[in-house]
Design a protein around this ligand. Structure first.
Ligand code: AMX
Length: 440
């Protein structure tokens, strides 16, 4: 398999690079941890490594060094499409090289060949009560598939350490290949339909996702490609990436680890913010019966803040400027949509809410993240969302995120990243450290 050959060829140089860095500079400090950081969600603690993506506070995401506009320009596209093959992005994440069209298509072909979802997975989902949250079903489906893990099977048979990554790669390919069909089944189930749609081999992974959701608008395949590219990775400290990595370090396989990551993505401060943001926009529209004036919107935003809630889709733990993923989706909507109430409202919110948040003076980042707008694009094409924790939109985010987090797992196993086990302290120990610092 092409991906395996590419990674195998790169691996000795990477292993030597990491070995020499650790040998020569292992004791060099990369930062200090303060008591605020220990108590404050470890913001800014530099304790993770990934070469797959990086997030600069002002510039936002780079995947293997490329910004989103660069990815759209450089990655190969299906004939007649405006947006690239997601298979090409996955190739880039895993190898660091921009693929040729044939290389991108080889990933798409791998996915197509591995896309059949075993019937028992659908049976598990179908057995759940009708109002089960979509993210619970998604995580359950991934966990149900765990019995297919070739990594765990090979481990049981005595696989060597230097073979771990090859089996992790097999698991990543096998799982990601099936995600569109699993997600679409969950979506259709939420609409009361027990529809098991198989992938169509002449369509790429993202176009298949659109087709399985039953969305026939021709531009939806391009939106799906863009959406599934931009949500794939956001360096390693975000909750879905970190949870996946953490679980993977125990040598739990890609299925166990990705399922854990999806449980983190389901939280309202993380991936579920995409649904929360859409609902917030719908509430605004419902209250005023139209797109409101700036003054009305400002007053609605203050009502939200004064009731102790966050404005979903705004703020970020790392970013300090508008999220480029927001910009990419905004530009897509501007290009493809005529008038669309919710999209237009999301754009007006961008004009009003940052100033409100600045005036409130709490959020370190008053700018929109990807979730402030992403729901309006899915909504535009008729992807239905039942709301709250039940909603499907976070599942769409998860389909993409597993590309990045599982690519990271492959490299974590390839570079022998060990069991993650930071040290915790008691409050009394922190007080003693503080006392000593005061005295000196
Ligand atoms: N609305 C209201 N208050 C906000 C806010 C927002 N959008 N963003 C931050 N704040 C508040 C925080 O709740 C915190 O309040 P507190 O002091 O009373 O606890 C204060 O501002 C300082 O927070 P921060 O340091 O700026 O942010 P953080 O790193 O602790 O949290 C995040 C980051 C994303 C959780 C936060 O900005 C937030 O809750 N945003 C809304 C939810 C959201 O959009 N999440 C999606 C993020 C992207 C993703 O993961 N998909």
């Amino acid at each position: 398999m092409l991906l395996k050959e590419k990674i195998a060829a790169q691996l000795p140089a990477w292993q030597a690079r990491v070995k020499s860095l650790l040998k020569e500079s292992g004791e060099v400090k990369v930062g200090e941890v303060t008591i605020s950081q220990a108590y404050g969600g470890m913001r800014g603690v530099k304790g993770l490594v990934t070469d797959i993506s990086s997030v600069d506070p002002s510039e936002g995401i780079r995947l293997r060094g490329f910004t989103i506009p660069e990815l759209i320009e450089k990655l190969p596209k299906p004939a007649g499409a405006d947006m690239p093959y997601v298979g090409g992005l996955y190739y880039l994440l895993l190898t660091g090289e921009v693929p040729t069209i044939e290389e991108a298509q080889s990933v798409e072909a791998e996915w197509s060949a591995r896309s059949q979802v075993p019937g028992y997975v659908f049976d598990v989902l179908k057995a759940m009560p009708a109002n089960t949250p979509a993210m619970t079903l998604f995580s359950q489906a991934i966990l149900a598939l765990q019995r297919e893990s070739v990594f765990t099977k090979a481990y049981d048979e005595g696989m060597r350490k230097d073979e771990y990554w090859e089996y992790a790669l097999e698991d990543s390919l096998n799982l990601t290949a099936k995600l569109p069909a699993i997600a679409a089944y969950i979506y259709n189930l939420s609409q009361g339909k027990d529809l098991r749609v198989s992938a169509q081999p002449d369509l790429d992974w993202a176009a298949n996702f659109g087709r399985m959701l039953g969305i026939s608008a021709p531009d939806f395949a391009d939106l799906a490609r863009l959406y599934l590219i931009i949500h794939s990775d956001h360096e390693s400290g975000n909750v879905s990436a970190h949870a996946t990595h953490l679980v993977g370090t125990t040598l739990s396989d890609v299925y166990y680890a990705a399922s854990a990551g999806m449980n983190g993505l389901a939280g309202p401060l993380h991936g579920r913010a995409n649904q929360e943001a859409l609902h917030w926009l719908k509430e605004v529209r419902e209250k005023y019966g139209r797109v409101p004036s700036r003054e009305e919107l400002e007053s609605f935003a203050w009502e939200t803040l004064n009731s102790g809630q966050v404005i979903p889709g705004y703020g970020h733990a790392i970013l300090r400027k508008t999220d480029p993923r927001y910009t990419a989706l905004y530009e897509f909507g501007r290009k493809y949509f005529g008038q669309d109430d919710l999209f237009d409202l999301a754009v007006l919110v961008y004009d009003v809410v940052p100033e409100v948040l600045r005036n409130q003076g709490k959020a370190k980042d008053p700018w929109p993240n990807v979730d402030a707008i992403s729901g309006t694009l899915l909504h535009h094409y008729g992807v239905l969302d039942c709301g709250g924790s039940c909603g499907f939109y976070t599942v769409a985010f998860g389909v993409s995120r597993i590309l990045g987090v599982s690519a990271n797992l492959v490299w974590a196993r390839a570079l022998g990243q060990p069991l993650e086990r930071p040290k915790s302290l008691t409050t009394a120990e922190l007080e003693a450290i503080a006392e000593k610092a005061r005295a000196s």
